[in-house]
Design a protein around this ligand. Sequence first.
Ligand SMILES: Nc1ncnc2c1ncn2[C@@H]1O[C@H](COP(=O)(O)OP(=O)(O)O)[C@@H](O)[C@H]1O
Ligand SMILES: Cc1ncc(COP(=O)(O)O)c(N)n1
Length: 568
Amino acid sequence: MTPVPALVPRVLSIAGTDPSGGAGTAADTKSITAAGGYAMAVVTCLVAQSTRGVREVHTPPTAFLRAQLDAVGQDVAIDAVKTGMLGTTEIIETVWAWLEELGSQPAQHAARRAQVAGPGGRPPLLVVDPVMVATSGDRLLEPQAEAAMTALCQRATVITPNIAELAVITGQEPATTAEEALDQARAWSQRTGTDVLVKTGHLSGEMATTFWVGPDGVLAQVPTRRLATTSTHGTGCSLSSALAARLAAGQEPAQALAWSCHWLHEAIAHGAELGVGQGHGPVDHSHRSRRLALAADTAPWVPRDAVPPALEHPDELRAVAGVPGLPSPPAAHPDRAVPPQGPWTRALWRSAGPLIAQIQDSGFVRALVEGTLAAPEFDFYLAQDTHYLARYAKALATVSTRAPSAAQTAQWARTAAAVIDDEAELHRTWLAGRELPAESPVCLAYTDFLQATASVEPYAVAAAALLPCPWLYAHIGAGMPHPGPDHPYAAWLSTYHDPVFARMSNQAAALTEQAMAQATPTERSRAARAFLIACRHELEFFEQARRLGDMQAGGAAVGQMQDGGAPA
Ligand SMILES: Nc1ncnc2c1ncn2[C@@H]1O[C@H](COP(=O)(O)OP(=O)(O)O)[C@@H](O)[C@H]1O
Ligand SMILES: Cc1ncc(COP(=O)(O)O)c(N)n1
């Protein structure tokens, strides 16, 4: 029988402290929790430090370290151990001896082996973050303990050194490029059989890619863009802890690495907003979980007073959520410009300003445009968009039957045809031969809303509900740089970058402008509300694909419970 991995893996951090909460055991417990594990911590050294650096280190007797290890080890079945700051040779030897007694073995590709072992009472998988020197430059490992740390590394499932630590472990000069670091890691892994994460945070360049390297070379890599921030205190602690939790939950190395790197990237990107400390600030470990919690918010999307019950004049329409201002218009080529087509569409665009800014800033759109979006997330998005376009085209066809003139009927109908013939062609080619999954709840909610509005609401309301889709895509397309040939999503970017698409969007805006001008004040109010709700659906549509990856830390457990599995 194949043992079931623990639903919530029990992960022990053995590390030093950081009273400012950014690194060491504090970072580890936050990261293990964020990655869906149950976090435990054994303290090696007490460190008087903050974001500004280390002041003093107090090392309790190793007998007390051993007492902590025994207390937890004799009670709890540990699924993974992550080590961080170990400080001295004596500490490393104490941890080593304890691991021996626990039954851990030197690892040859142990990540993959450990995943098929049963939880509890088995050798835990071991992630060694060979912490030597802090970001601040302070030493966290005695120089004479480097040999013992190198030996401990050899018994790990995977080690997570930074560039300087990799050099010490492999006995070479610090690498100056990712290629050099990969060569060092591969050669060492061939010698020892232990896998190595190559982290490039301390190199320069546009990307800060993380690689998983085994004896045969790179097993997986996660490209992430380098962020211009000083909030990088504890990034190494956080990455190795999250990785230990994801591996112990049973994920393959490539998936565990992808989850950990993407989660950390979001945490680094939002670290500065915490306003913690005056030096190298911490990352925001719980940004992802707060974002997910917000997705369950039941507050109305359009506040009661955002749209007056009747609109006599465009200026009566205010920005939703009370955030004033328009995102700066994209520096688009005249062919790709997608300006409002009159006072009413200008008012609609202005009222949706904060939402449009949020859509452009959404992690999904940014990663898609950058080319760093994970392939499964793009596939999910495109499959849902295939359903969406089929249903959107029907809504366009419905509106065409309700237009007041033959010319307008023809224009809506031509747009419906273009959506099916041209826009959906990208989807057909990309997903060719693959089975289309069912519609997601978000896709259903949006398209049901569009089809219902197109069928039963007044013409102007229907037109306004259908407008955000082409307008927002054309707006995003107009602001994008031209995709290079090696961009993984060049085909998607080109579709929305195309002047033909901008013209289609401008036409829909012109039709809506006309409809609004001819509508009654009450209909205009309902049209504005429909426009804003459709914008909100657009944001949800992008973000749902991002949540796909997020949910793997908690969602997998829920799935197993529903299948009748009991927590291990
Ligand atoms: N400025 C940055 N922008 C984006 N990611 C970063 C940045 N700095 C570090 N990282 C990420 O943080 C992780 C830790 O990297 P690194 O800084 O190299 O190690 P350490 O924190 O152990 O010194 C890596 O996954 C790296 O990609
Ligand atoms: C207890 C402890 N462990 C590890 C680090 C390294 O983290 P960083 O390199 O980000 O300063 C630290 N500063 N303190």
